[in-house]
Design a protein around this ligand. Structure first.
Ligand code: HEC
Length: 306
């Protein structure tokens, strides 16, 4: 970027306010969104006149930028604990509604819509990179409060870069059913600013269900699409590592988690290749990658659990 931070901010503000106007007028038009160029924050979009979607703010400068953009509330759907104290320094309130890469649970959908209805806006919605879970949350919120149809929600997610392998996230937007006013009224508006990190055992239960699905797929030579389950598995290892779910178990444990993450990424890659074009060699390669992941499960359990 050759702009100074100030001129970048100024042009961002002008663009954002222009979008405010046009998008309010045409809530059902295809999103003409382009990412805003903001120093320090990635994948930032102004959406439907009341939300921003983007990556996690980390530094004072990031929070100051959001404050200057007029943001009033930060809504994190990431598993990692939000930096509530730093946000407060800039007069920003945090609301934490974490969910995984396998879709938005019904209770979280209710919370997101209730948040969109009641929290002071604009609301800056973020996950980690601002590409997958955050845009899915924004999609559901727009379906809930801005009259978006599922087709528009899907277009928005594609544009924001949500990988189509995250089938659960796309399903949440595609199968959206407007909750009744009564159901929404029952959701507490006393939103938590920081939800406790999921304990490792809870994450392992999800890891185990992806693993079972992958083993079953292997028995049938990985019917397409096989990659989504492997990607979920990888994200679960990754998130366990990032959120500190294994904290206290030491460095060898952290590197074992990292190794499992890398092996699951390799499995995802092999299955992507196989999904794209099937061949006996590719089935064999994917099977080997699956075995390598399985070995990492049992090795870690031997050292740290059993
Ligand atoms: C980096 C280490 C590590 C790796 C890799 C790992 N696990 Fe675990 N797993 C653990 C630990 C530690 C526990 C015990 C957690 C606890 O009880 O607090 C556990 C617990 C479990 C549990 C029991 C959960 C419960 O209900 O208490 C299952 C099931 C499980 N793992 C499945 C898997 C599978 C399947 C894989 C591979 C795809 C895997 N794990 C990979 C460390 C690991």
């Amino acid at each position: 970027m050759t702009h100074s931070p100030r001129s970048a901010l100024l042009s961002a503000l002008i663009v954002a306010s222009a979008w405010w106007g046009t998008l309010r007028a045409q809530p059902q038009s295809p999103p003409p969104y382009r990412p805003m160029q903001l120093q320090g924050l990635d994948n930032v979009y102004a959406v439907a006149g009341r939300f921003f979607s983007g990556s996690v703010p980390q530094t004072d400068a990031d929070f100051a930028l959001l404050q200057k953009l007029g943001v009033k509330t930060l809504l994190s759907v990431d598993g990692a604990p939000p930096d509530v104290e730093r946000a407060a320094k800039f007069g920003l309130r945090y609301v934490h509604v974490p969910f995984g890469y396998d879709g938005i649970p019904a209770t979280n959908v209710l919370q997101l819509i209730r948040a969109a209805q009641t929290l002071p806006g604009p609301v800056y919605v973020h996950c980690h990179h601002g590409k997958h879970r955050g845009p899915a949350a924004v999609a559901v919120m727009c379906e809930g409060v801005a009259g978006w149809e599922p087709a528009l929600a899907e277009r928005w997610m594609k544009l924001a870069g949500t990988a189509t392998n995250y089938t659960g996230l796309y399903r949440s937007a595609a199968t959206f059913n407007a909750p009744s006013p009564e159901a929404l009224a029952r959701v507490s508006t006393n939103f938590p600013s920081r939800v406790a990190v999921a304990p490792l055992a809870g994450i392992m239960v999800h890891i185990d269900s992806r693993w079972d699905a992958l083993k079953a797929a292997q028995k049938q030579e990985f019917p397409a699409p096989a990659a989504p389950n492997a990607l979920q598995l990888q994200e679960l290892f990754h998130e366990a590592h990032r959120t500190g779910a294994g904290t206290g178990r030491g460095e060898t444990f952290e590197s074992a988690l990292h190794a499992a993450d890398t092996l699951a990424a390799e499995l995802t890659r092999q299955l992507d290749v196989l999904d794209a074009q099937r061949s006996a060699e590719r089935i064999t390669a994917a099977t080997e990658a699956l075995r390598a992941v399985g070995k990492s499960c049992s090795a870690c359990h031997r050292n740290f659990r059993d």
